[in-house]
Write a protein that binds this ligand. Structure first.
Ligand code: MN
Length: 203
């Protein structure tokens, strides 16, 4: 397992394969206020590629091309937030998407715990530490602990997807999941454009 830190964009010539796990770290939970600091990516091979953004510098053509590439599935846990943040800061619509949280909500109807930590423990027997979650991601130099934590958020998503795919098929909810995944870019746009806490389908 290796963690590669890149400044500003992915390196040239890096091929992350057909399914790319992605997560982001920001200064907080409000995309309009809290800037994007880091994007973590993994091909599912045990390596993580971390792209660190300096304040206001979001010219990342190789990352943007990957996010918009229709031939590469972007795999997230809670895609809604990452997709909104990347739309706001990178100006790109991420598609197509798979979200392990949506898949988990559709198949794990016996629980209300859908955090990455809960899924990793139950589905693949991996214990994740969330200790660095609330740390200062805007720091110019990220600590070893921050880099390891950031990487761990993308290193297990391929294995989780494999487990969730089996459950989606078992429960006959694949079509529903795929429709929900397709809606994520629009859900993210609604979040950014003023309907963050509103279910527009509600009565
Ligand atoms: Mn994360």
């Amino acid at each position: 397992m290796a963690i590669h830190l890149h400044k500003g964009d992915l390196p040239e010539g890096l091929d992350l394969g057909p399914v790319v796990a992605i997560d982001t770290e920001t200064m907080g939970l409000n995309p309009h206020r809290d800037r994007l600091c880091l994007a973590q990516l993994s091909a599912g091979d045990g390596d993580a590629h971390l792209v660190q953004f300096a304040k206001g510098q979001y010219d990342a053509p190789r990352l943007k091309a990957l996010l918009a590439d229709p031939a590469r599935l972007k795999l997230f846990h809670y895609a809604r937030f990452d997709v909104a943040v990347m739309r706001h800061y990178l100006g790109v619509v991420t598609e197509p998407i798979y979200c392990t949280k949506i898949a988990a909500r559709l198949v794990r109807t016996y629980t209300d715990r859908f955090g990455l930590k809960d899924l990793a423990r139950e589905l693949i027997g991996v214990e994740l530490s969330k200790q660095q979650q609330s740390s200062d991601w805007g720091a110019e130099t990220l600590s070893e602990e921050q880099l390891a934590y950031a990487a761990s958020d993308v290193l297990h998503l391929h294995k989780l997807k494999a487990k969730l795919d089996v459950l989606l098929d078992r429960e006959g909810r694949r079509e529903l999941a795929e429709a929900a995944f397709r809606f994520v870019p629009y859900r993210a746009a609604l979040d950014l454009e003023g309907w963050p806490d509103v279910d527009i389908f509600s009565h």
